[in-house]
Design a protein around this ligand. Structure first.
Ligand code: BG6
Ligand code: BG6
Ligand code: GLC
Ligand code: GLC
Length: 926
């Protein structure tokens, strides 16, 4: 080509006019950045689900690599230019390394666009060849599947294809789980088996690949056949995923940015033509302006237009130019190379079947340059939105961050990466962004994710029996409903495991209670004595003062006399401190154990539960025992008016604030619930009118063998080591006294099997009670949880790796989740009973709740609420936390009992009418 080849002025003008819309002004780019930012924010919202164009898909990848990953994995990499099958060997420790073997396989067009079954059969055929080639056909290796299309995930090993993008269009796949499809295809072939552990997007794989080298890498970018980005988002910003702590990787699927028309004003007529001719018209509009699969197509459309205008190829549109897809990214990259002389450009065009002049080649080169520059600028504007978001999330003025990048456009194009970087700098000046090229593709990252997921998968399999399906939970709910019925019936009550004890409390507080009371609260984590003053000027108000007293183990396990002497002594001390030793205040006694009652101020202990085992109390009336101990002292007097279970106290405490409260629930040291039952269903108490509170004592559910199918070896071991073997079997699967120990037993067994701590077991780990329920709560805090795990396990003498900590956290989650699920089932049975009693279609009620496990565990309450609502969908349940313990409720019960006895002489003199109107308040209570 002669150097003097220049375009005529007229040609220049027309060319400039055609290309002008591709030159984006800085303001336009800033607008793109801001619109992208708005779409990112919107996609994270709950209300955006199914509506957002930028889908912001949670990936269930919650951390970047930390170097402790290890093992041998298979990886598939489908959706980019090449389909690859890989074997990845990861070593951890000081000699950490990753070795990879891979093979590229072709996916013919007719398979990309055939049926889903054909596509997955082909993939499995390629895997078979690879396994054969590597000589590992017999090994059932864990597999990480990089699937570079938008998938909605509910866990790391499930991904429902939202819609095909790029060059794929196989039928019957959209809306299906791609992991299931792959599993099915493996089953159809029936030659080998694989353990599919994770499905990841290529952006995520890339971020992880780069994250292995640079821990600051929290963004993954693909500028290849398609265009997409992922980044680590704060959990608290991801509305559709449970939990607020820590981070999760979000696959933005930004390729779809603009599908709602928000960037239509910058789309050119060529973009529209490319879109119309694509496999997915109207979709992936941003991707179609920025990625390798479409840039060549845009160039071709422009060239056709310029040819029509007589500016190119002598006005002749050749057959080659009509061919869709002739301009692949690699040609675009070659044409734009600065080192290439125009003559060489002509040669490339010739290869493509385009016979060009020198002027033609100048124009083609310029067109390519304009199109790819716009792509890089747009991509930069999008990335600026992401890094700015990261900066704001971290709350820093300046952000240093690494972006892991892959894709042929980024790698092969001579200018794309430079323009991209400049644009990000220009549009996000407060961010210092390092671009780290992924040398090993996304397969390595997928294997790293698989390594972590596999460990958790192993635990899941190991603790399979602890994961209860909704079907099982509904079955447990039905069983408990039968138990309730048995317990209430006169014939079956004597043999029923769930005792359904009448409490002689007939209503929640009605606002008229008043007086000065003492409440004793024995049986939970603390022994507490309270003074409760309920006054009644204008508004009912409650004033409380309390003292906690120690109850040493030798007293809990000694003689009953000693125990009640201790209670009486503490009460004396309290009265002394309150300076009321000379008064005879009415006392309400919260005694949190199963008691048979025939009246309010009597409680015959059926059996000790939880930590207590004092002799000579079972079968005796605890009111009498306490009175005796007080009399023996002789230094003060007390009038025990009511004995109530803690569930009842809790229901009454919450009933004080919410009149709808008709269930009391304890999830603490022990677990139990009470609720308001119709008198006509309570055979053991005379009368059919009104309601009475029933203390279910559900902790004993299963004592007759009815839960054997869901109890595990660990539950049996807990029971064997307890104070009351064979009893309170449900409680032992659920409550705080046992949960930590349950986790400890599991950890010991897992360590023995080499699944944890590299098989090391320490004397501390073997010591009963060393792992407490409060530790479970600490470990499940997702932000500090892993650090806590490290701290707690280190105190137990093991040197846990990061992976060990993740595994232990997972064990805790499984055990505490099971507990919440089981409580949801039994509570569900009570709710159904209430609904049926009321004869309403939809139940509206309040459950008063107390107990350290419910209060202290970071996720428990939310899980319980969620499962309950799922199991009993036709209900509107409010869970009301009892802020002031059961003492306040016990005082409420005592208030009414006191008023009744102190005014009982009045009954004799009042005419019937006056009795009904004057005394109906408290009579309706008891
Ligand atoms: C590869 C990754 O290196 O890059 C793939 O391993 C990814 O997972 C691909 O899809 C993206 O680039 P391209 O250009 O092949 O689409
Ligand atoms: C307290 C109540 O708040 O919770 C007690 O006042 C009850 O009556 C206790 O027994 C239950 O929780 P925990 O965790 O102390 O057993
Ligand atoms: C397409 C896909 C996306 C992928 C990207 C890069 O945009 O929808 O999942 O990450 O291409 O391959
Ligand atoms: C135990 C007791 C029960 C109490 C519960 C919660 O299950 O038997 O009476 O309500 O613990 O403290």
């Amino acid at each position: 080509c002669p150097k003097s080849s220049i375009l005529l002025a007229a040609q220049r003008r027309r060319l400039d006019a055609a290309l002008a819309p591709f030159l984006l002004a800085p303001d336009t780019l800033r607008e793109v950045r801001d619109k992208m930012r708005a779409e990112l924010e919107y996609g994270l919202k709950r209300e955006a689900q199914g509506k957002a164009t930028v889908k912001m898909l949670p990936t269930y990848v919650c951390g970047t690599p930390d170097g402790t990953e290890k093992g041998k994995f298979l990886a598939l990499d489908l959706g980019g230019t090449n389909f690859r099958v890989l074997l990845v060997k990861i070593k951890s420790g000081r000699k950490r390394s990753v070795q990879m073997y891979n093979k590229i396989f072709a996916i013919p067009l007719e398979i990309m666009q055939g049926t889903g079954e054909e596509l997955f059969d082909h993939i499995v055929q390629c895997i078979a060849e690879f396994l054969e080639y590597m000589g590992i056909k017999g090994a059932c290796l864990p597999l990480g599947f990089t699937f570079s299309f938008p998938c909605r995930q509910a866990s790391i090993d499930k991904g429902t294809l939202v819609g095909w993008t790029k060059g794929f269009k196989a039928t019957d796949c959209e809306g299906e789980d791609v992991v299931d499809m792959l599993r099915e295809a493996i089953r159809r072939r029936n030659e080998f088996d694989l353990d599919i552990v994770a499905v990841v997007n290529d952006t995520v794989g890339t971020m992880m690949t780069c994250g292995y080298e640079d821990p600051n890498c929290e963004i993954g970018l693909i500028a290849g056949t398609g265009s997409n980005v992922c980044y680590m988002e704060d959990m608290k910003n991801i509305e559709i995923v449970e939990g607020n702590e820590g981070k999760m990787c979000i696959n933005t699927e930004w390729g779809a940015f603009g599908d709602n028309g928000c960037i239509d004003h910058i789309r050119t007529k060529y973009d529209r033509e490319v879109d119309e001719g694509s496999l997915n018209p109207g979709k992936q509009r941003y991707e179609k302006m920025t990625s390798g699969m479409y840039l060549g197509e845009i160039v071709r459309q422009i060239l056709i237009d310029l040819t029509k205008q007589g500016l190119l190829f002598r006005g002749h549109i050749s057959e080659s130019l009509r061919k869709r897809g002739i301009f692949e990214t690699k040609f675009l990259s070659q044409i734009e190379s600065d080192r290439l002389a125009l003559l060489q450009v002509r040669r490339i065009l010739q290869q493509l079947g385009l016979d060009s002049t020198c002027e033609d080649s100048i124009i083609v080169k310029e067109v390519c340059g304009v199109v790819s520059r716009r792509a890089a600028r747009l991509c930069g504007a999008g990335l600026a939105a992401i890094v700015e978001k990261k900066r704001e999330n971290r709350g820093v003025e300046h952000l240093q961050i690494t972006v892991g990048v892959d894709g042929t456009l980024y790698k092969l194009h001579p200018h794309f990466s430079t323009v991209l970087r400049e644009t990000v700098k220009e549009l996000a000046p407060q961010c210092d962004v390092t671009f780290l090229l992924s040398e090993d593709g996304s397969g390595k990252g997928a294997a790293l994710i698989t390594a972590v997921a596999k460990r958790l998968h192993n635990i899941d399999k190991y603790l399979y029996a602890m994961r209860l399906s909704d079907e099982t939970l509904l079955d447990v709910m039905a069983r408990f409903r039968r138990e309730m019925k048995n317990g209430l019936s006169r014939d079956f009550n004597p043999t029923a495991a769930v005792k359904m004890l009448p409490t002689f409390v007939r209503s929640i507080p009605d606002g008229s209670e008043k007086g000065d009371f003492i409440a004793l609260d024995l049986g939970g984590s603390y022994f507490r004595i309270l003074r409760v003053k309920v006054s009644h000027e204008k508004k009912q108000t409650v004033q409380m003062e309390s003292e906690i007293y120690n109850t040493p183990e030798d007293i809990m396990h000694g003689s009953g006399t000693r125990l009640f002497d201790h209670v009486a002594e503490c009460l004396g001390d309290f009265m002394e401190k309150q300076q009321i030793k000379d008064k005879k205040l009415p006392v309400g006694f919260t005694f949190s154990f199963p008691c048979r009652q025939t009246k309010l101020d009597e409680g015959i202990l059926i059996t000790w539960t939880k930590r207590f085992k004092a002799s000579g109390v079972e079968g005796a009336d605890v009111v009498k025992l306490l009175n005796k101990a007080i009399k023996k002292r002789g230094d003060y007097d007390a009038d025990i008016m009511a004995v109530v279970n803690d569930t009842v106290g809790t229901m009454m405490t919450c009933g004080f604030d919410d009149q709808r409260c008709e269930v009391g629930l304890i999830i603490g040291t022990g677990t139990n619930a009470c609720y308001m039952e119709e008198m006509r269903h309570i055979d053991l108490v005379e009368g059919d009118e009104g309601r009475m509170c029933i203390n279910t004592e559900w902790g004993a559910f299963g004592d007759d063998g009815s839960l054997e199918d869901i109890r595990t070896e660990f539950d049996r071991e807990i029971d064997r080591g307890s104070l009351n073997p064979g009893k309170q079997l449900f409680e032992k699967m659920v409550s705080g006294l046992y949960m930590g120990e349950l986790v400890r037993l599991i950890l010991v067994k897992m360590a023995k099997e080499g699944l944890l701590f590299e098989g090391r077991i320490t004397p501390e780990l073997l010591t009963k009670g060393k792992f407490e329920t409060k530790h479970v709560s600490a470990i499940e805090k997702s932000k500090e949880g892993l650090n806590k795990a490290k701290e707690i396990l280190t105190r137990l003498g093991v040197e846990p790796s990061h992976e060990d900590c993740i595994a232990v956290q997972h064990v805790c989650t499984i055990v505490s989740f099971r507990s919440a699920n089981l409580v949801a089932s039994t509570l569900g049975a009570i709710l159904n009973q209430l609904r049926d009693n009321k004869g309403v279609g939809r139940l509206r009620t309040t459950v008063g709740v107390d107990g350290s496990l419910y209060k202290m565990h970071p996720q428990y309450a939310r899980r319980l609420h969620k499962t309950t609502r799922r199991l009993v969908p036709d209900s509107e349940v409010r869970f009301l936390l009892s802020e002031s313990g059961s003492g306040k409720g016990a005082a409420m019960v005592t208030a009414v009992a006191y008023r009744r006895t102190s005014s009982s002489w009045l009954h004799l003199f009042l005419p019937l009418q006056a009795d009904q109107s004057g005394c109906c308040k408290f009579l309706s209570v008891f």
